[in-house]
Design a protein around this ligand. Structure first.
Ligand code: GDP
Length: 359
């Protein structure tokens, strides 16, 4: 399976840079020249500065309208670079990484997603975006709401990472982001590493694409790991990977359409009856009733690792909070604007033009 990672904006390019570190093909796009310089693993020829005519290479200051415009202006350049990079071999999935709360990523990602879907109709476009921390205030929340709305029209799935959920207490923000980014890359990489491994009951690219082709709804990745000789119940471990702590998003997993479970570990622990017990339970639990599975017995392994993916999710508290906050803000802002207009009219009405005073 071939995945191509495209990072947009500061958050997105940092995540893409980590994907490059673990040998994924990655591209970085930003409106800020200095942020592009700062990357360590993506080669220079795969870093694209966009919107220079608009911002002079200084970034868009968390304004997604400018981010959108920057991507639109330089879209031909970006698409040429992607064509060059993809070469003659098909790309199964484009993963677009970005931060929902900023400007370049939030504004530019939906524009790129639309263009990629048009140019590569057989490839999937999956967005991986970090949701803003509540403490960042109202602007990032509004940027996120706008971007969720736009992206859901073009992306096949949106893997939203709730920074609020992953952030550890007492850790500084830079360190916290670094850790979150590592977690994202590690989990997605461990999922992709299990695709196309030869075997009797393994997952292939078409299974993964089926699960992720979910009309712009949300998807989330879960994970659980334990030492093989300490496992009391494998089915419990599988279910744990689906529990909320394992996932990046506060979501009602019962609203999911599709699921995917990959289990890797020593063959004596991967007992079919325990696996099927957990899978039957999950199939009953999710709305779409479809779970793809992959078993990876490995006699060298001392640990059992479970990676899960749920897609087609539309019930998520993390997302609802953002949309409702943005709606409430929009309503109160419009009310305040109307009041201001009214007040202005009231205040100025009846005021003559005083022309007689200055003949
Ligand atoms: P842009 O460069 O204009 O696209 O803006 P950023 O990428 O800096 O996006 C800002 C948003 O992304 C903020 O709401 C942050 O919560 C989030 N963010 C910024 N950097 C990181 C990061 O390294 N990791 C994660 N998980 N989130 C980040």
């Amino acid at each position: 399976m071939r995945a191509l990672i495209v990072g947009i904006g500061q958050c997105g390019t940092k995540i893409a840079d980590l994907f490059a570190l673990v040998d994924f093909e990655a591209l970085a796009i930003n409106t800020s020249k200095s942020d592009l310089e700062y990357l360590r693993h993506i080669p220079r020829e795969r870093r694209i500065l966009i919107g220079e005519s608009l911002t002079g290479g200084k970034g868009v200051n968390a304004n997604p309208v400018l981010g959108r415009e920057a991507m639109k202006r330089d879209l031909p350049l970006v698409m040429r670079k992607i064509k060059l990079m993809s070469g003659y071999e098909d790309v199964d999935i484009f993963f677009l990484t970005f931060g929902f709360g900023g400007g370049t990523g939030a504004g530019g990602t939906p524009v790129l997603a639309e263009a990629l879907k048009e140019e590569y109709p057989d490839s999937l476009v999956v967005a991986i975006g970090a949701l803003p921390l509540r403490e960042e205030g109202i602007r990032p929340t509004i940027n996120a709401a706008i971007t969720i709305d736009k992206l859901s029209k073009f992306a096949d799935s949106i893997i939203a990472i709730d920074n609020n959920k992953l952030r550890e207490a007492g850790v500084g923000i830079t360190r916290a982001y670094e850790k979150i980014n590592y977690t994202i890359v590690e989990r997605i990489a461990s999922l992709l590493a299990l695709i196309d491994i030869p075997g009797e009951q393994t997952l292939d690219a078409s299974d993964l694409k089926f699960v992720l082709k979910a009309f712009g709804s949300f998807a989330t990745v879960g994970y659980a790991k334990a030492e093989a000789d300490k496992i009391k119940s494998l089915s419990r471990l599988i279910l744990k990977s689906f529990e909320n702590e394992g996932l990046y998003l506060d979501a009602n997993i019962e609203s999911a359409l599709y699921g995917l479970v990959a289990i890797h570990g020593p063959p004596e622990v991967l007992k079919a009856n325990e696996i099927f017990e957990a899978l039957d339970y999950l199939i009953q639990k999710i709305k779409g009733k479809q779970i793809f599975r992959g078993f990876y017995p490995d006699s060298r392994e001392r640990e059992v690792e479970v990676v899960t993916l749920l897609s087609g999710i539309y019930e998520s508290k993390s997302i609802e909070d953002i949309i409702l906050t943005a709606k409430r803000y929009a309503q109160s802002f419009m009310r305040a604007k109307e009041e201001a207009k009214l007040k202005k009219r009231e205040l100025l009405s009846g005021l003559p033009d005083f022309d007689d005073l200055y003949p």
